[in-house]
Write a protein that binds this ligand. Structure first.
Ligand SMILES: NC(=O)c1ccc[n+]([C@@H]2O[C@H](COP(=O)([O-])OP(=O)(O)OC[C@H]3O[C@@H](n4cnc5c(N)ncnc54)[C@H](OP(=O)(O)O)[C@@H]3O)[C@@H](O)[C@H]2O)c1
Length: 337
């Protein structure tokens, strides 16, 4: 896989502080030559992205927007999750429309499968597979009333993506939009790591929590969702989507396969004998928790679009076994488990 730098793009990346820039460059010294970093401390402030468009020496050809609140320990679901997600998306999209100029061809938005699936899905029976046409019906009021941060996150991603499509429709900018909708993202970590607390939320709950003593047993343990994709496929899909004509105006589902607590512990126990004692065994043949039958995904349209974005015209996902093995190896290398 070629990274965006290897494909010859010159990248301007936003981070929230100068300390973050230093930490990233310390972890990846070679990035200094290819990436300009710029600080957007908080995208909920007034016009947080305008200066980036004003100050760039070369106008941008593409924009990728990925940042969105993903912390579940919040006091105010509306103010800390939903509103910031919407603001981040709409503010960068508006800035792109106002100042992007005629060179700007495409805006790629990192959405989520939670904007597609139904948060109130009946997990006791398998429903009709989700497609790109589905939208999560969950509302802000439901998330706030139930004080449920997972629902709040689902609303935040659904609202932010809906806002983006709405702005495209009403403002008709010269560039187009492509949205990538991944389910649970796991995979090896390349961000600066300074201890176990640096493990990102989804790698923590889906993998590290089975090794670090959080779960002594997996009986009765459920996940909020049961499909995953490796972070390297997420990255590749975004870069491919910049120039793939088939991605224009599309929602692209990004789902590699099933994930469950049992599948994860099976892979760790089989492939890391040195960790076996620390990882609960569960019931190796009971892949999903009893009574759980998650709805699947109809991936035909998305796979076709993703394939058209590759040189080989073929899209292959990293499978769960490879993804878990590489993630655990990354955690061992960083000495965080
Ligand atoms: N992880 C998954 O399973 C998954 C699945 C589907 C989609 N996604 C999407 O993937 C993207 C990245 O998520 P992640 O898993 O990598 O989580 P993450 O590490 O928490 O990334 C979220 C990023 O957004 C930044 N951010 C949050 N609020 C901000 C604000 N007000 N102003 C500026 N920056 C802000 C965070 O900065 P700080 O960390 O400094 O606060 C962080 O860098 C998100 O859009 C998420 O919805 C994730």
């Amino acid at each position: 896989m070629l990274t965006s730098r290897q494909r010859g793009y010159h990248i301007t990346a936003t981070v929230r502080s100068h300390e973050k820039i230093d930490a990233i460059l310390k972890t990846h010294p070679s990035w200094k030559n290819n990436i300009d970093f710029t600080v957007v401390a908080d995208f909920t402030t007034e016009e947080p992205f305008d200066d980036i468009f004003h100050n760039t020496t070369k106008p941008f050809d593409y924009v990728i927007h990925t940042a969105s609140p993903l912390r579940f320990q919040v006091n105010d679901i509306r103010k800390e999750m939903i509103e910031p997600a919407e603001m981040g998306t709409t503010k960068i999209l508006r800035a792109a429309q106002k100042y992007g100029g005629s060179s700007l061809k495409r805006f790629v938005l990192l959405g989520s499968a939670v904007a597609v699936l139904n948060s109130f899905e009946d997990m006791t029976k398998e429903g009709k597979p989700y497609t790109e046409r589905d939208w999560n019906p969950v509302t802000t009021e439901q998330a706030v009333e139930r004080k449920d941060p997972v629902l709040g996150y689902n609303v935040s991603k659904t609202r932010a993506e809906a806002d983006a499509w709405e702005l495209m429709k009403s403002n008709k900018p010269t560039f187009d939009l492509a949205v990538i909708n991944p389910d649970i993202i796991i995979g090896p970590m390349i961000h600066p790591i300074s201890g176990p607390r640096s493990i990102n939320q989804t790698n923590q709950f889906a993998i590290a929590s089975f090794i670090d003593g959080t779960h002594k047993d997996i009986e009765g343990l459920t996940f909020p969702f049961y499909h995953f994709v490796d972070v390297r496929d997420v990255a590749r899909s975004h870069v491919d989507a910049l120039t793939n004509p088939a991605a224009s105006g599309q929602r692209i589902l990004l789902i590699a396969g099933l994930i469950s607590p049992q599948l994860v512990v099976n892979i760790i126990r089989e492939n890391f004998p040195q960790l076996r004692e620390r990882v609960p065994e569960g019931n190796p043949s009971q892949i999903l928790p009893p009574g759980i039958h998650p709805t699947g995904w109809d991936m035909r349209v998305s796979i076709d679009i993703l394939a058209k974005g590759t040189n080989e015209k073929r899209w292959n996902y990293i499978d769960l076994k490879q993804s878990v093995i590489d993630t655990v190896n990354s955690m061992l290398e960083h000495r965080v488990i």
